[in-house]
Design a protein around this ligand. Sequence first.
Ligand SMILES: Cc1ncc(C[n+]2csc(CCOP(=O)(O)OP(=O)(O)O)c2C)c(N)n1
Ligand code: SF4
Length: 312
Amino acid sequence: MAKTKIKDIILNPDTKREYFSPGNATCQGCGLDLALRWAMKALGPKTATVSPASCANVVTGLWPKSAPQWPWFNMAFAASAAAASGMKHGLVAKGKGDYNVIVWAGDGGTADIGIQGLSGAAERNEDIIYVMYDNESYMNTGIQASSSAPRGTVTTTTPYGKDQKKKNIPMIVAAHNVPYVATCSVSDPMDLYDKFKKAKDIKGFRFIQILTPCPPGWRHEAQYTIRQSALAVDTGIFPLFEIENGILTLSGKSKRLHDPTKRKPIQEYYSKKNQGRFKLINDGLLEELEKDVKEWWSWIDRHLVYQEHLEL
Ligand SMILES: Cc1ncc(C[n+]2csc(CCOP(=O)(O)OP(=O)(O)O)c2C)c(N)n1
Ligand code: SF4
């Protein structure tokens, strides 16, 4: 369970305050909107954001109605991790090293075009927080599949369903042995808040992936955004965890989902009734998707077993 309670947020003027203005240009039920709102409550005003081409880039930058109440730099698609690294060094040189510098990038900007910059910054252990908000496709340009889209997803570039499995970015970043890697879901905002709060106080490269449903891209009604992200967690499809200096701990509801019998069936999530983007999912694909979930959890298991071994 998250340590922070909603009443702690409401009773504290610093966190009650909204940094990301409501009434911005995101669609109804946009997950990235919620994620940014809660992340900023944890990070506070001494934050500067670098954001590559994406929905975030557009919804925050429509002058004169831009929503962020803190510095926000729109960046070329591939360059955000490099730009944020330079920005942090510049702030340190100016005596403003206490600013959090964050990258706020979509899955296309992270898993595909930005991955070299991400890997370079992680290797150098740059003192930045890299956030991948994951709506599992290129939404801003009209729903094209990214490498983070799950198998079977129907998009404009995969009209018969995507063949490949979802690329596992937290696993890739963790292989760089950075101080902090975490996953969050907008269905558990207090867990998200606590993870950003923790990340803020860690030095070095921090990476946070947030599952952020997108109603037009996922083809569900706007009021089901939270239900979608909760279901992704409850089925074990999107495990919540933290890796701090190599030590993995499961968080939120995922703690009890280590036992597969406690998980909801993945069919509840991958169904055309639930999300129109899964309209072509069939039994064969479900088997493959089940294997993908198993693979994810066996990676988590190997981490946990390795830790036990270290503790002996
Ligand atoms: C080099 C380059 N190629 C393509 C584009 C067009 N473009 C702008 S936003 C975008 C989609 C970004 O997708 P993602 O990173 O997943 O974020 P989302 O739109 O889903 O929020 C694309 C392809 C661009 N701006 N720059
Ligand atoms: S298209 Fe999707 S990600 Fe983009 S603003 Fe709309 S809901 Fe959000």
